[in-house]
Design a protein. Structure first.
Length: 264
């Protein structure tokens, strides 16, 4: 595990180098790099392969496009007069997207370009449906959230013929998002997903307390369902396989209290 973390730090530094733009740093928050997602993108490769420049570029570009999409998601235009920091956030998202295309052009990998473009298309379609509150059921709403969180990894894994891991790691990413949404809801913070749930289930309810309890129960139900599916994968884990060892560590971090270092 320690070797994986060393490689992660090297790739993380490369992502941060690409993201560094002095003017943007003055006005917007530094983009966050999701440790769990970065390690998941590393899983199709051996520790030795992770030292390859091309491998680092592939992982970097998938990380950058996720950051670009997440950056765009932070912008909420409440009026025609968008604040300067929001305008810069939009431009930052576009800038990060440009970096992703630049690296793919360097790699000259048409298959990866098509795969990640398909992921971006699907994610944006599901985000629009989520923002417009067009879902007719909790199940369809959660399916959109699932796709938003997992499409990039699924397409990335497909290119590298690592599809057998998709169901397992996708459940981790889905659960991680829902755990964060649940915490945000309990903290009183607004979120697109919670607002979509409210519009679907609670528009006619008079008792707000019952509604809040129901929202928590919805999050807990889907988190537990994802946990069960993620746990099933561990039942068939080949103990000597390094990717499965990393998956177990990620599972414990998402659902437990362990850190990556403790797993190592």
């Amino acid at each position: 595990m320690n070797e994986w973390l060393k490689r992660k730090m090297i790739i993380e530094k490369e992502v941060q180098r690409r993201l560094s733009y002095p003017y943007l740093k003055k006005y917007i928050d530094k983009p966050a790099i999701d440790d769990t997602r970065l390690l998941i993108l590393m899983m199709p490769f051996t520790v030795k392969q992770l030292s390859s420049d091309d491998t680092k570029k592939y992982i970097t570009t998938a990380t950058l496009i996720q950051i670009a999409l997440d950056t765009h998601e932070k912008v909420v235009a409440s009026s025609r007069n968008i604040a300067i920091d929001q305008q810069l956030t939009v431009l930052a998202g576009d800038y990060f997207s440009g970096l992703y295309y630049q690296i793919l052009a360097e790699l000259q990998d048409i298959q990866m370009i098509r795969a990640l473009s398909a992921a971006v298309k699907s994610m944006n379609e599901n985000k629009i449906i989520l923002y417009q509150k067009e879902h007719v059921s909790i199940e369809s709403l959660m399916e959109s959230v699932y796709k938003i969180e997992t499409e990039i990894v699924e397409q990335f894994y497909t290119v590298f013929h690592f599809q057998s891991f998709v169901p397992a790691v996708s459940r981790l990413l889905f659960a991680k998002r829902l755990l964060q949404e649940k915490q945000d809801f309990l903290s009183g913070e607004k979120s697109t997903i919670t607002e979509a749930i409210k519009s679907l289930d609670f528009s006619q309810r008079k008792n707000q307390l019952d509604g809040e309890h129901s929202i928590i129960q919805i999050y807990e139900y889907y988190i537990e369902e994802a946990r069960n599916e993620a746990e099933k994968a561990l039942e068939h884990e080949p103990p000597a396989h390094s990717a499965w060892q990393l998956y177990r560590a990620l599972y414990n971090v998402v659902f437990g209290n362990k850190t990556y270092a403790e797993e190592g």
